[in-house]
Design a protein around this ligand. Structure first.
Ligand code: CP
Ligand code: NVA
Length: 298
């Protein structure tokens, strides 16, 4: 199977991966070896920069007894005209799985259709499901199995995976975005469908205060994602009033996938303050992705 969106996993499999992630986290903390994937190799293709995704997959593969091979866009033949489908076929001949961070979600689907091995989404313009796994593990740790989670800001790739994943697990999901920057109809339909099945809920608003009021966590992300730099001025104007400051946060935990722009979507006193869960989220990338790799390849 591939992991292109968070709901490529069934809800039962999602819960099982999160249980395994928690167990792997304990094993790592206790120094207990867990080399579940000896001799297996993950090829990692990056069209965009990364700190957390690259290093957590590389370290995770090593801790599982395997290996990860990093391929930046200048390291492969794509810029010289090799079709993505041929690149995918070649990678699949050597590697046991491919993780890719690309702009176009359609390109990720092309990789998946041609690799012949599991393909994992390391972020596209549409979705960031590996971040979603880490975020759901963080939610389990921070608020338990049920609660109210608010997304405030851009209805972007991270928002999409978080909203769909949280709805799958039965959380009450509130999304506040400026007009014109909301989640896509497809994402909202999927999130609502999962919420109906899980007993959760999904609501949308353009009022950050309404979304954050009484929430257990408030999650935001940058206002200008990778590839949107030309829209920067327009976006900063559109997101005025959407900063998650201490007033908006109230007693909630603060979440952010990182990297962050302090002073834009969040002030320093919030992201660096006692209610911030951002380093827990970042650490959980490692444990959640190790569990995912074992689920896909074990
Ligand atoms: N959150 C996240 O995906 O970070 P990187 O862009 O550093 O990988
Ligand atoms: N929404 C951000 C997330 C980075 C991890 C981006 O796509 O740039």
């Amino acid at each position: 199977m591939h992991f292109l969106t968070i709901d490529d996993l069934t809800t039962d499999d999602l819960a099982a991966v999160l249980e395994d992630a928690a167990a792997l986290k304990r094993a790592q903390a206790d120094g207990i070896p867990h080399e579940a994937l000896p001799g297996r190799t993950l090829a990692m293709l990056f069209e965009k920069p990364s700190t957390r995704t690259r290093v957590s997959f590389e370290v995770g593969a090593t801790q599982l007894g395997g290996h990860a091979a990093f391929l930046g866009e200048d390291d492969v033949q794509l810029d010289r005209g090799e079709p993505l489908s041929d690149t995918a076929a070649a990678l699949g001949l050597y590697a046991d799985a491919v993780m890719a961070r690309v702009f176009s979600h359609g390109d990720l689907e092309t990789l998946a259709a041609n690799a012949g091995v599991p393909v994992v989404n390391g972020l596209t313009d549409d979705a960031h499901p590996c971040q979603g796994l880490a975020d759901l593990l963080t939610l389990r740790e921070e608020v338990g199995d049920s609660g109210t989670v608010a997304w405030v800001g851009d209805g972007n790739n991270v928002a999409a995976s978080f909203a769909v994943g949280a709805a799958m697990l039965g959380y009450d999901v509130r999304v506040a975005t400026p007009d014109g920057y909301g989640l896509s109809e497809d994402v909202l339909d999927r999130a609502s469908g999962h919420a109906s099945a899980s007993g959760g809920s999904v609501s949308v608003t353009s009022d950050p205060g309404a979304a954050a009021d009484g929430a257990d966590v408030v999650y935001t992300d940058v206002w200008v994602s990778m590839g949107q730099e030309a829209e920067r001025d327009e976006r900063l104007a559109a997101f005025e009033g959407f900063q998650v400051d201490a007033d908006l946060l109230g007693d909630a935990a603060f979440m952010h996938c990182l990297p962050a722009n302090r002073g834009e979507e969040v002030p320093a006193d919030v992201i660096d303050g006692p209610q911030s869960a951002v380093w827990q989220q970042a650490e959980n990338r490692l444990h959640a992705q190790k569990a995912l790799l074992v689920h896909l390849l074990g």
